[in-house]
Design a protein around this ligand. Structure first.
Ligand code: AMP
Length: 393
């Protein structure tokens, strides 16, 4: 398979912060970048060479991206599969639409995991209240009801603590007729993730295991290396490799997992793209996850995924409580040793919206986390100021 070299134009489906960081890395390496996103001022379009501004199901937009690109990759896994198949007829799309068909659907994801020898929580497909009642009876409570499609960051989910809650949970999660999955509630010690790359040549390289803390279903922080036993870390990496190879991914695959109270590592979900929990790689590894994605899809040798220093990343979320106190928090944050600021260029701060993140390094995971938290506290007091709109006033 031919190698795609600097000077070529890489198309990205999706214009969010993942596309922005990918574009920054690609441009550093001499590639051109074309972004497809419905938003005119998307985070990725701000730093790209070109933008196609159109809805994701628009076939003409897909053709336009194909005309402008030598190769197309993704930063968003909910792109329309049929449209991507049309795109694939015109230009190489990596990862391919077949991977998205699995990653867009929690049932298919878990079926694939089981097929590949990867443990998951017990689960059942649910299409009706009768199905749900039967599934709760089989799996037991507590259990988590989720939409099979479209849910992310804890959206479209309800915990069923008692079988009597089934009907209310069903109504709260989605309109009738929506495909759902009921999962056993995993009692976990820790949530972890691994971002793994696989290139056009089949070369595989996994970044170290990250330890994740979620708040309200959304990632809050990642600490690397995860404070787990070598056996748990090895199992997490085995799982990531089994999935990236078994699903024939070209590009990145992020695998989120639970470390159960019983010590078993279970896959929760996968994403065939860069992942929030891999942002630390920018500062802490010889190549970032974004450069690794570029290398993988271009058919270049993968870079070293070694951890140069322990690291921690904390997300900066939008918050409607903030009053825009100015940017003094940024000055304070910059004084924290090793702390690095990433802002995504989003004009509007909304509750639950990822506005940026901070990464810090340390002699060990604890020190890195303390530093990242100090930096985060300085900025979080000031969180509306991380929306970039006020600067234009
Ligand atoms: P998800 O959208 O599947 O990533 O879920 C968001 C968060 O909800 C996860 O990171 C967990 O903290 C929690 N969660 C999801 N599914 C389960 C489960 N089956 N058992 C326990 N906690 C879960």
């Amino acid at each position: 398979m031919s190698v795609v070299l600097p000077g070529a134009t890489i198309g990205i489906v999706g214009g969010g912060q993942l596309g922005r960081m990918f574009a920054l890395e690609a441009r550093r390496m001499g590639y051109r970048v074309a972004v497809w996103d419905p938003g005119a001022d998307s985070p990725a379009a701000q730093v790209a060479d070109e933008a196609v501004i159109a809805p994701f199901h628009d076939p003409e937009a897909a053709r336009e991206l194909a005309r402008r690109s030598d190769l197309v990759t993704l930063e968003w896994e909910n792109a329309d599969v049929a449209t991507l198949r049309e795109l694939e007829a015109l230009v190489p799309v990596r990862p391919g639409p077949a991977v998205l068909e699995v990653a867009q659907h929690r049932l298919r994801e878990k079926d694939a995991a089981r097929r590949l020898g990867v443990p998951t929580a017990d689960y059942r497909a649910v299409h009706s209240l009768d199905d749900l009642r039967a599934a709760v009876a089989e799996i037991g409570a507590p259990a988590v009801l989720k939409t099979a499609r479209g849910g992310y960051d804890g959206k479209g989910q309800a915990v069923i603590r008692d079988p009597a809650d089934a009907e209310a949970a069903l109504r709260s999660v989605a309109p009738e007729g929506t495909e759902l999955i009921l999962e056993a509630f995993v009692r976990f010690r820790m949530e972890i993730s691994v971002v793994c790359a696989r290139s056009t040549t089949g070369e595989v390289s996994c970044f170290p295991v990250g330890e994740n803390e979620h708040r309200g279903g959304i990632l809050h922080s990642t600490v690397v290396p995860a404070r787990v036993s070598p056996a748990v870390a090895a199992e997490a990496r085995r799982i990531a490799r089994a999935l990236v190879e078994g699903l024939d991914v070209v590009g990145l695959l992020a695998v989120e997992m639970f470390v159960g109270d019983d010590g078993v590592v279970r896959m929760n979900e996968i994403a065939p793209r860069p992942h929030n929990s891999g942002h630390y790689t920018w500062e802490a590894c010889p190549v970032s996850q974004f450069e690794q994605q570029l290398r993988a899809v271009c058919g270049l040798p993968l870079g070293s995924a070694d951890l140069l220093r322990p690291a921690a990343m904390v997300n900066l979320m939008g918050d409607d409580a903030g009053t825009g106190l100015g940017r003094m928090g940024t000055v304070e944050m910059m004084a924290v040793p090793t702390a690095a600021l990433h802002l995504y260029g989003k004009a509007e701060s909304r509750p639950g919206r990822k506005m940026g993140h901070v990464t810090a390094l340390g002699d060990d995971a604890d020190q890195a986390l303390q530093r990242a938290q100090r930096a985060w506290h300085a900025l979080a007091a000031d969180v509306d100021a991380v929306a970039l709109a006020p600067a234009r006033e």
